[in-house]
Design a protein around this ligand. Structure first.
Ligand code: NAD
Ligand code: MG
Length: 282
């Protein structure tokens, strides 16, 4: 892939990214039927304003959960997501702020707990990426920002949420196919996604005795604002897997429902690979 936008001159996280997208991502397939799998639960989802996080939020709501979503500053996207959740007859708490800040993470969890009186599902999902084809172009500033955004908050949020989580509750982390096969243009991002796999495995073992399950999803190319904001050439996006197409958020979120609910009661420390059929070890 040719070199794309250079850090920090890119559109990532500008308000309203969702509306730069054509066609718009599919949030939920038309015939998705909820069956109360998450009835009465409260889910806390980072990066829930758009893309995969939004789709997860709406699926969880259709399955009966109330939702808190954290986003950086995309107020319009967040309000649209809230409206979709309310259309499902559920409540949505919007929390805007920077996950790089541990104090913010603590407060965000506290806000969610104060509002809903419980937290049952934590979805760590927010991320950024800055494509570079040459290692020498990955500056220390970019490296820090990528790690501070993509992996540190998984620790901050989980630490803050743990006192509220109880037996049967779940944590779901978003990694990427790049964690498993590497990426020639996203070396720093792929490294953070690898760290997320190791974090998930470690945490799942740590929390087994508390009967809290920790799993993850490793998406391949999925049509979201992150892609539109960071890659210049979009026509080939997702074409190099066996299905020869990018996936939709609507094809990813049902895996989060599975991992969040009792259907996956004997599964912990695992990743579901949603990538158009690419063979991945682990
Ligand atoms: P997205 O841009 O729609 O969602 C990411 C969200 O993260 C943003 O909306 C933003 O609000 C939030 N965010 C970023 N930095 C933040 C910060 N400092 N503080 C608070 N919030 C912040 O993109 P997406 O593609 O839906 O990404 C969701 C997850 O899926 C990410 O972890 C990404 O790495 C992963 N993923 C995506 C793809 C893909 O092809 N789209 C592939 C593999 C993995
Ligand atoms: Mg967004």
């Amino acid at each position: 892939m040719k070199k794309t936008k250079t850090f920090p001159e890119q559109k990532q996280n500008l308000p309203g990214n969702e509306h730069l997208m054509y066609p718009e991502p599919e949030i939920m397939r038309e015939n998705y039927v909820g069956s109360g799998k998450l009835l009465g639960k409260v889910a806390f989802i980072t990066g829930g304003d758009s893309g995969i996080g939004r789709s997860v939020a709406v699926h969880f709501a259709r399955e009966g959960a109330n939702i808190a979503i954290v986003y950086l500053k995309e107020d319009k996207d967040a309000k649209d997501t809230k409206a979709l959740i309310e259309k499902e007859g559920r409540e949505c708490l919007l929390i805007s702020g920077d996950l790089k800040d541990e104090k913010f993470c603590k407060n965000a969890i506290k806000k969610c707990h104060t509002y809903f009186k419980k937290i049952n599902i934590v979805v760590n999902n927010a991320a950024i990426q800055f494509p570079q084809t040459e290692l020498e172009d990955i500056t220390a500033t970019q490296l820090h920002k990528t790690f501070e955004t993509n992996i540190y908050p998984y620790f901050y949020i989980t630490k803050a949420a743990l006192p509220f989580l109880q037996e049967g509750d779940t944590i779901i982390n978003t990694s990427s196919v790049t964690a498993y096969r590497g990426s020639e243009h996203l070396a720093d991002y792929a490294s953070t996604k690898g760290a997320i796999v190791s974090f998930t495995r470690s945490l799942s073992t740590m929390l087994a005795k508390r009967k809290i399950r920790v799993n993850g999803v490793a998406p391949g190319p999925i049509w979201t604002p992150l892609i539109v904001a960071t890659f210049d050439k979009l026509s080939d996006f997702g074409k190099d897997n066996p299905m020869e197409r990018a996936g939709q958020p609507s094809e990813v979120a049902p895996a989060y429902v599975f991992l969040a609910c009792e259907d996956s009661s004997y599964i912990s420390g695992q990743f579901i690979h949603i990538n158009g059929g690419e063979m991945i070890g682990g």
